[in-house]
Ligand binder design. Structure first.
Ligand SMILES: Cc1cc2nc3c(=O)[nH]c(=O)nc-3n(C[C@H](O)[C@H](O)[C@H](O)COP(=O)(O)OP(=O)(O)OC[C@H]3O[C@@H](n4cnc5c(N)ncnc54)[C@H](O)[C@@H]3O)c2cc1C
Length: 276
C-alpha cells in the first residue's frame, strides 16, 4: 500500500498506528536505490512529499527551522555556508531537487553530507509522534551507530533547527565534480560565544566530531599554533577504514588537511570582519 497524506497529522497517525510496517519516503533518492538493489521493498510506504508545509524554511528567534521535506536545492540557498555548500555538493540537480534533510537523517549514512553540516552547528532534530508530541534531540545524540539513530519506529523526523549566527566552513573531497560521494568531508562551526565544532563524514561508522581538536581551539583560540595542533589531533580523533574509494591512511591525513584549511579560512574571515 502507498499512503499519500496531505496533512502532517494524518501522516503521524498512520506512522503511529503501523510503526515499522510503514516506511516513510520523502524524495526517494535513497529508498529507490535500495529497492533496485534488493529487488524487494517495504510492506507499505508513507509518501511525505505531498504533505502541506513539509518543505517550509523559517527564521525564528536567531534560528533556522527546516521542515523535514526541505530539499537540498532549497538548503543551497540558506545563508549558513556549511549547510548550503554541503547541499550543493549532493548528487546532481535532479537529486538535489528531490533529496531532503529528513531523508539524509533517516538514512544516517556516515557519508551523509547534510548530517555532517548539521553536526558542525549543534543542530537539533525534531522527532514527532502522533500523540506523544514532539521531542528535540541534539544532533550529537541522534546518531547511535552505523545507520542507527534515535528515531523510533512510530515517529517521523519533522524538522531540524540550527543557529543562524554561527560562522561555518565546509569542504568535501571526492573523485568527481558532481554526483560525488565524499571520500572525506568536513564542516566546522564557530559560535559567537566561542564554541567550536569540528565534524567529519566517511571516517567512522557514523558522522563524528573531532572532540580533542575542538578542545584545543576552545582553549587556545584560532592561532597558527592551535590550528596546527588541532589538525594533528583531528587525525587521531577519527577511525576511518580502507574501502574501494580510499585508504584509511589517506582519509586520516585529509582530516588534518581539511581541519587546517577550514580553520584558517574562518580565522581570516573573522579577522577581516566578514559577517557569518
Ligand atoms: C545519484 C545519487 C547521488 C547522491 N549523492 C549524495 C551525496 O553527494 N551526499 C549525500 O549525503 N547523499 C547523497 N545521496 C543520497 C540521498 O540523496 C540523500 O541521502 C538524501 O538526503 C535522501 O533524502 P530522500 O528524501 O530522497 O530520502 P528517502 O529515500 O525518501 O528516504 C531515506 C530514508 O529516510 C527515511 N525517511 C525519509 N523521510 C523521513 C521522515 N520524515 N521521518 C523518518 N524517516 C524518514 C526513509 O524511510 C528512508 O529510510 C545520493 C543519492 C543518489 C541516488
Amino acid at each position: 500500500m502507498f499512503y499519500q497524506p496531505r496533512q502532517l497529522d494524518e501522516a503521524l497517525r498512520l506512522r503511529a498506528q503501523m510503526g515499522s510496517d510503514l516506511t516513510p519516503i520523502c524524495g526517494g533518492t535513497d529508498i529507490i536505490v535500495a529497492l533496485n538493489r534488493n529487488g524487494h521493498g517495504p510492506k507499505h510506504y508513507l509518501d511525505l512529499s505531498h504533505v502541506e508545509g513539509f518543505s517550509e524554511v523559517r527564521r525564528d528567534n536567531g534560528s533556522w527551522e527546516l521542515s523535514g521535506g526541505t530539499t537540498f536545492t532549497k538548503m543551497g540557498l540558506l545563508p549558513v555556508r556549511a549547510l548550503a555548500e554541503a547541499a550543493m555538493t549532493v548528487g546532481g540537480p535532479a537529486i538535489r531537487n528531490c533529496g531532503t534533510i529528513a531523508g539524509n537523517l533517516g538514512t544516517a549514512s556516515p557519508a551523509g553530507d547534510g548530517c555532517v553540516a548539521l553536526l558542525a552547528v549543534d543542530a537539533e532534530v525534531e522527532l514527532t509522534h502522533a500523540t506523544r508530541g514532539r521531542r528535540m534531540i541534539p544532533i550529537a545524540e541522534y546518531f547511535t551507530g552505523f545507520r542507527k539513530t534515535a528515531l523510533l519506529a512510530d515517529e517521523l523526523i519533522t524538522a531540524v533547527r540550527l543557529p543562524a549566527d554561527w560562522r561555518t566552513g565546509w569542504y568535501k573531497i571526492g573523485k568527481r565534480g558532481s554526483i560525488n560521494i565524499s571520500l572525506v568531508c568536513a564542516a566546522i562551526g564557530l559560535s559567537p560565544a566561542g564554541d567550536v565544532r569540528i565534524a567529519f563524514g566517511c571516517v567512522a561508522p557514523t558522522v563524528i566530531r573531532a572532540k580533542s581538536a575542538e578542545a584545543i581551539i576552545a582553549r587556545d583560540g584560532i592561532s597558527d599554533g592551535a590550528i596546527e595542533a588541532a589538525a594533528l589531533a583531528a587525525m587521531k580523533d577519527v577511525s576511518p577504514i580502507t574501502d574501494h574509494r580510499a585508504s584509511a591512511s589517506y582519509r586520516r591525513a585529509m582530516c588534518g588537511v581539511l581541519t587546517r584549511r577550514i580553520l584558517r579560512q574562518l580565522r581570516d574571515e573573522q579577522a577581516a570582519g566578514v559577517q557569518p
